[in-house]
Design a protein around this ligand. Structure first.
Ligand code: DON
Length: 304
């Protein structure tokens, strides 16, 4: 498969000028990004790299990081985790409060904000230094010690994160939060502020395409069962109320963030990350979705 030729075709076919959405602005710092940014990176199982555009530029990965925090919580809690968070698609916006009320404070899945806040509670409760241990985990699976939080994004999230604070308070009232609200939201805002490039994301997500192992090593970071569960959740819940559309168009497990990044994996084949900051009305990268649809169409390969 000539991945570089396929990526060049995708780059030639798609332009930010053809999209109609807007860059996220409810977190003010995110609105400062150049909407013309566009990059894509494929990392293959034979350790080859292919890319175009702004694939090595750092951006705010936002909710993509919820896959990292879920991985850490599954390593700590195993199957007991599912008493606290469900595994069903939400069919609702990622920051919805209403669903929690009639489902007694148990979030639909770990990728909506409420679910990621319960996961944050678990990590804050069980880890000595959760922010550092998150960085250590992400740096290890990426094999890149330069990865860090973006303090400006974390501060911007804090200054406008009233819905997230409300979600934690509400779940605490309903008995599904153990720690104090402040350290949970502090961890969560930092989690969302991780800055990574498409290349780094593709490297990090290779463990989900490689049965839980860092490519080229025998060290098992996640068990095959954990990888199966996380990939299944990405397939069914990775795009909030657009999970069906992404699955229909692209046919790969993936995860998006409101910074305009999307990652996806093809088990045993490749991991791929794409970044274009302009979002559709569901909060997913408009060009990113199109680019991944072209990738699975032009290669003729998906998980289905
Ligand atoms: O908490 C928030 O609203 C953001 N930090 C993350 C949202 C997000 O990325 C949803 N993804 N598509």
């Amino acid at each position: 498969m000539d991945y570089q030729k396929i990526l060049n075709t995708i780059n030639d076919e798609l332009s930010y000028r053809d999209v109609t959405g807007k860059v996220a602005s409810y977190i003010p710092e995110l609105a400062k990004v150049d909407p013309r940014k566009f990059g894509m990176h494929v990392y293959c199982g034979d350790r080859q790299h292919f890319s175009f555009g702004d694939s090595e530029e750092l951006f705010s990965i936002q909710s993509i990081s919820k896959v990292f925090s879920l991985s850490m919580a599954m390593r700590l809690m195993g199957e007991d985790l599912w008493d606290r968070v469900d595994v069903e698609p939400s069919g609702d916006p990622f920051n919805s409060l209403s669903q929690l009320e009639y489902e007694s404070g148990v979030p639909r899945n770990p990728f909506i904000n409420a679910g990621a806040l319960v996961i944050s509670d678990i990590l804050v409760d069980q880890l000595e230094n959760p922010k550092q241990e998150l960085l250590d985990f992400v740096r290890k699976i990426t094999q890149d010690n330069s990865i860090n939080f973006d303090p400006k994004i974390a501060a911007s999230e804090r200054s406008t994160g009233y819905r997230n604070v409300a979600l934690v308070n509400y779940m605490k009232a309903l008995g599904n939060i153990k720690c104090d609200v402040e350290p949970i939201v502090d961890f969560y805002f930092h989690l969302c502020s991780l800055a990574m490039s498409c290349k780094q994301l593709a490297q990090a997500f290779m463990i989900f395409a490689n049965k839980g192992k860092i490519l080229g090593t025998d060290e098992e970071i996640l068990t095959p069962t954990t990888v199966k569960r996380i990939n299944s959740l990405m397939q069914t819940c990775g795009f909030y109320d657009e999970a069906g559309e992404f699955s229909f168009e692209v046919g790969l497990p993936g995860k998006s963030g409101v910074g305009g990044g999307i990652v996806a994996i093809h088990p045993d084949q490749y991991s791929v990350a794409v970044w274009s900051p302009i979002l559709n009305e569901k909060g997913n990268s408009e060009l990113g979705m199109k680019a991944l649809e072209r990738l699975t169409t032009l290669t003729g390969l998906s998980v289905f």
